[in-house]
Design a protein around this ligand. Structure first.
Ligand code: FES
Ligand code: MG
Length: 576
């Protein structure tokens, strides 16, 4: 170990701590005021731990312990750890939707890394949006950064049933509305369905995005599958801290790790795990930060050739803890063979191919082989048609096969309030053949692109035994959701997309095999309706919400702010 500042004058933090100047004196003296001395920090890589903990982020409640463990790893390698709290996006408590704030956390991550004496960062996230947000920010700041996933909760048990967060909440809520579940049972489920700290333990958005972070090379090997509260997760935290110090010394930055092939690996992984539809939006956003102009077409291409191998809810049967026990993501990536580009670099300095070498599938029922997949082609399909000129998505593995080719009359809800008010109104005339449409629920319309896309089934149909309908919206849906839900229709209704022009009773034709979504109304009539359409007044006229509405892009472009896409480098701060 060295405390000779001259040995690390290449570190960005040396600009703060080395100079024999009034400013250098100020920086050093204030660290000393915290009880540190030269031995602690002079000439050492400063590793920031960006922590998205809060008491209202239920998925990150173990982070205070993990921070101590990350620090232990940083000290072990002769680094100087500093914890920096950043915005905590907890899915359960934040309204109207965490998606409204993903870009705000991305901006905060980027700016925090640029304005402080930081040589490398450990990004601690997990709950859905924290993953893409922190990686987007780290890509733009282009500082050495390694992601530490929160890890999934342990699986839940109720009586003889294994429960998965999200997915089983929706399922049993439907049973309750159908009159099949008493108050006592419902209360028991509430008590047990969130078993521990950690993220949703289905293959929801959190588990999907963690797997994507690993497949892009942004985590240590195997990191994305480790349950949040087992000892191995603590050791992962320590190892991540250790590696961050080395990355600072090597100046191994996101631009050294991420390229077009790593984003292809991310897409293939999201398909092969039967991952959340939200991944599409986030992968595009991350890629565009890196200067890679990814479009929906690439998702469509790779979805056609990638088999779904993870038998995990909602597309399959098991939960993340089972997936971990079955060999975890390393085993799945290894099973994917040539679908994965093994040459891509990763944060540990090895290629992804080297990191997955020797990984073993312990249980082939949970991690399937390419010869015995959960389904032959990818988890999320991209559809096009006159109702979605810029595309929309569907997750056929979580849908009802009988509805994948369906023509039926539209029942239109103008916004979420309209849906709540009319869904159970007999006058709405909803039948098992209806195609439910929710509009003004997109990035601008929601606003913030909420997870309203799994429209509820009306009570009278639930009582008749109906559990799925074709549902179309410009919203997203939770990664733990399921059903024949067509999502992310772009352009959205709020900016005048064709979804705005649908009338109740219009026929809609869905053909997933042909990747097609058509509104069966002739062009002249649609032109008439378009001429009569007027945008709604903006929901936000001040503050962050107004900024969001001004700059957010549509779903097919990743819903980032347009001014945050890759561009000329932002200068480092001057230190006077
Ligand atoms: Fe945090 Fe699901 S609520 S991951
Ligand atoms: Mg979610």
């Amino acid at each position: 170990m060295t405390s000779d500042p001259s040995q690390n004058s290449e570190l960005p933090s040396s600009r703060w701590f080395d100079p024999d100047s009034l400013r250098g004196f100020g920086h050093r003296s204030r660290l000393k005021g915290m009880g540190y001395d030269d031995e602690d920090f002079r000439g050492k890589p400063v590793v920031a731990i960006l922590n998205t903990w809060s008491d209202l982020n239920t998925c990150h409640s173990h982070f205070p312990e993990r921070v101590k463990e990350v620090k232990r790893g940083i000290w072990q390698m002769g680094g100087f750890p500093v914890e920096i709290p950043v915005m905590s996006l907890g899915e359960m408590m934040m309204k109207p939707t965490t998606m409204l704030y993903r870009n705000l956390l991305a901006m905060e991550t980027e700016e925090v890394l640029r304005c402080h004496p930081i040589d490398a960062a450990v990004l601690m996230g997990g709950c859905d949006k924290t993953v893409p947000a922190m990686i987007m920010g780290a890509i733009s700041a282009n500082r050495p950064a390694i992601f530490l996933p929160a890890g999934p909760m342990l699986k839940a048990r109720w009586k003889d049933q294994t429960l998965g967060s999200g997915s089983d909440a929706w399922k049993y809520w439907d049973e309750r509305r159908a009159g099949n579940l008493c108050d006592e049972s419902w209360g028991e489920i509430e008590n047990c369905i969130a078993r521990s700290a950690g993220t949703c333990m289905t293959m929801g958005t959190a588990s999907t995005m963690a797997a994507i972070a690993e497949s892009m090379g942004m985590t240590l090997p195997g990191a994305s599958s480790v349950p949040a509260v087992i000892a191995e997760h603590s050791r992962l935290a320590v190892a991540t801290g250790r590696r961050a110090v080395e990355m600072a010394k090597e100046n191994l930055r996101p631009s050294d790790i991420l390229n077009g092939a790593s984003f292809d690996n991310a897409i293939v992984t999201s398909m092969a795990i039967g991952g959340s539809t939200n991944a599409i939006v986030h992968i595009i956003a991350m890629a565009r930060r890196a200067g890679i102009p990814l479009t929906l077409e690439r998702f469509d291409e790779l979805s056609r050739t990638t088999p779904v191998l993870a038998n995990v809810r909602p597309a399959g049967k098991f939960l993340m803890e089972d997936f971990f026990d079955a060999g975890g993501l390393r085993a799945l990536l290894s099973e994917l063979g040539s679908h994965i580009d093994r040459k891509c670099p990763t944060v540990n300095g090895a290629t992804i191919g080297e990191n997955i070498a020797g990984a073993e599938v312990i249980d082939p029922e949970i991690i399937r082989s390419v010869n015995n997949p959960v389904s032959q082609s990818g988890g999320t399909f991209v559809l096009q048609g006159n109702l979605a000129p810029s595309g929309c998505v569907v997750k056929p593995t979580a849908a009802s096969p009988r509805l994948l080719n369906h023509t039926g009359p539209a029942v239109v809800f103008d916004n979420y309030g309209d849906l709540k008010a009319k869904l159970n109104d007999p006058e709405a005339g909803i039948t098992a053949d209806s195609v439910l449409i929710l509009r003004n629920a997109g990035p601008q319309g929601g606003p913030g692109f909420p997870e309203w896309g799994m429209l509820p089934i009306p009570d009278h149909l639930l009582k008749q035994g109906v559990r799925d309908l074709v549902r179309i919206s410009d919203a997203r849906m939770s990664g733990t959701s399921y059903g024949t839900c067509i999502l992310h229709v772009a352009p959205e209704a709020a900016v005048g997309g064709p979804l705005a022009l649908v009338h109740t009773g219009d026929m809609i034709e869905l053909n997933v095999e042909k990747r097609s979504l058509q509104l069966l109304v002739d062009d002249d009539e649609l032109e008439k309706r378009r001429a009569a359409w007027k945008p709604a007044p903006a929901r936000y006229t001040r503050g962050y919400g107004a900024m969001f509405l001004k700059y957010v892009t549509q779903a097919d472009a990743g819903c980032d702010f347009d001014f945050l896409h890759h561009g000329a480098d932002t200068p480092d701060p001057d230190i006077y």
